[in-house]
Design a protein around this ligand. Structure first.
Ligand code: UN1
Length: 504
């Protein structure tokens, strides 16, 4: 077994249900986690049964009843220790992310750094869960609102951020006083177990357990049970729009809350005034980074007609230099896609683009080596082509020309998704137009920065089919708490609001 896995406490065969310790009571088949760069098996995981799911949730309920009464800054102290644990394990955990989902070393390490950042952020937040106080219209009355822990939070994550997206939710939920049950992607179960264990060591050292449950199981079984389970007032799900639409419906039907972070179809507009060197770097990281498998990946590029030909040639030259290969090797910029299905999705999209009138300028092929590698691809296209309106989780960039900024913004917005967007310009007027209410309709809008790689301090998420949820920084914490409006009468009368008199 790989040393990294062993150091993180993983075995050849790992249980799939955890709440503190593993819950060893049968299993429902097993899966093998493979390295997408080589196709080699890393380790196996036993899938959780419904009985194990039940045990994990029961334990989370028990933990919640105590955790919610621990003062928030004390909860923050445990999260501070978790941040320290992630710092100590950053190298190994980042390497495991690279091994399991194929991120290059810098991005695997960067993902764990994102977890450390949100944990640090949550520590400070634990002293800032502020409610407002209002002036009552009644004399000798005081009115204010307070935020209480919400309860059990279910977190469903995708393969592409197998560590940080859980942390966005769990670190915030923990300081808010909630217990969390995590259902990770079956494509990244080992990272989930290692992440869970890092936090559990901290909890155990402090005499706590049960706060973070982990259930690795099938969508149709454990996943369905979880989203229907009324013990979860909040379901936070990251993944495809198709998945989110289903989760949203099911949770809405029981009047639960869902926090959805779904597909993106992110665009960059490049104006003639832009610093084109800067734009090139932003587009390269956005379109090629993580092999095009971020929800913030740049998928569409609008180039002003006056710069399109020259700038496209520069892009193509840069794309040709990108080193594809072993994600952990020095100098690699592009690792593999997650699996054979993703490669088929890439090939389908390239074929569809060509059939719809697109022209492949560079890339377009799978790479002939073991693992699931494809070439970063640029396709000259028209924004209205149906394939350009879809999110394909692969490094394909569709390039368009435009004449007027208004036309580019309208076309950028003319897709179902609304996650991230950017403009490269040195024109103050263009930047402000892009950021105005009539500008980008996305949850994230950047100027002279690409679409991906957001910091945790801002609220992360998007509009339309992206699902409307906001995670990570700003006031996203409010989704994990329940608001209570309290009015106190310290007088000797009972005046009624709205001046109503109601006496016998
Ligand atoms: C995702 O792809 O689901 O902004 C999250 C970014 C990262 C998070 C991406 N900080 O690209």
């Amino acid at each position: 077994m790989n040393d990294v896995l062993a150091r993180l406490g993983l075995s050849d065969l790992n249980p799939g249900a955890w709440n503190g310790a593993a819950i060893a009571d049968g299993y429902d088949g097993e899966i093998t986690s493979e390295n997408p760069a080589t196709g080699e098996a890393l380790a196996r995981v036993q899938l959780a049964t419904r009985a194990q799911y039940e045990a994990v949730v029961k334990e989370a309920e028990r933990a919640f009843r105590e955790w919610r009464m621990l003062p928030a800054p004390k909860r923050g102290e445990l999260v501070r220790q978790m941040a320290e644990a992630f710092r100590a394990k950053k190298e190994d955990l980042g390497a495991l992310v690279s091994l399991e989902v194929g991120k290059i070393r810098a991005e695997g390490q960067g993902e764990v750094q994102e977890t450390i950042d949100i944990a640090d952020y949550a520590v400070g937040l634990s002293r800032q869960l502020y409610g407002l106080s209002m002036h009552s219209e009644r004399s000798s009355h005081r009115m204010y609102e307070q935020w209480h822990p919400l309860g059990l939070v279910s977190v469903i994550t995708a393969f592409n951020f197998p560590n940080a997206v859980w942390a966005w939710n769990a670190m915030i939920a923990a300081v808010c006083g909630d217990a969390v049950v995590w259902k990770p992607s079956l494509k990244a179960p080992l990272t989930a177990i290692a992440t869970h264990r890092a936090c559990e060591e901290v909890l155990a050292k402090n005499g706590w357990s049960g706060l973070f449950g982990l259930v690795i199981g099938r969508d149709a079984d454990v996943g369905e049970t979880m989203i229907r389970d009324p013990r979860f007032p909040l379901v936070s799900a990251t993944g495809s729009t198709r998945m989110g639409r289903h989760v949203g419906r099911v949770v809405a039907d029981r009047l639960g809350r869902s926090l959805l972070e779904l597909g993106g179809n992110n665009a960059i507009i490049v104006e003639p005034s832009a610093d084109l060197g800067l734009a090139l770097r932003g587009i390269l990281f956005g379109a090629v980074g993580t092999a095009g498998q971020r929800c913030t990946t740049t998928r569409r590029l609008f180039l002003h007609r006056s710069i399109a030909a020259d700038f496209t040639a520069r892009l193509v030259a840069a794309w040709k230099q990108v080193r594809i290969g072993d994600p952990l090797a020095e100098g690699t910029l592009v690792g593999p896609l997650i699996d054979a299905g993703a490669v088929a999705g890439f090939e389908h999209a390239v074929a569809a683009a060509v059939a719809q009138g697109g022209e492949v300028l560079v890339g377009g092929q799978r790479v002939d080596r073991p693992g699931h590698f494809v070439q970063p691809t640029i396709i000259r296209a028209r924004p209205e082509m149906p394939i350009c309106k879809e999110e394909t989780f692969a490094p394909i960039l569709y390039v368009f020309e435009y004449s007027e900024l208004g036309e580019a913004i309208a076309a950028q917005n003319d897709v179902a998704q609304g996650l991230s967007s950017a403009i490269f310009t040195d024109s103050f007027r263009s930047a402000e137009t892009f950021l105005s209410a009539a500008g980008s309709d996305c949850g994230i809008a950047n100027v002279n920065i690409g679409t991906s790689g957001a910091e945790i301090g801002g609220a992360f998420g998007g509009e339309k089919e992206t699902g409307g949820g906001r995670e990570a920084g700003s006031d996203s914490w409010k989704a994990y708490m329940r608001r209570q409006t309290c009015t106190l009468n310290w007088g000797r009368d009972l005046p009624l609001a709205q001046g109503i008199s109601f006496d016998v």
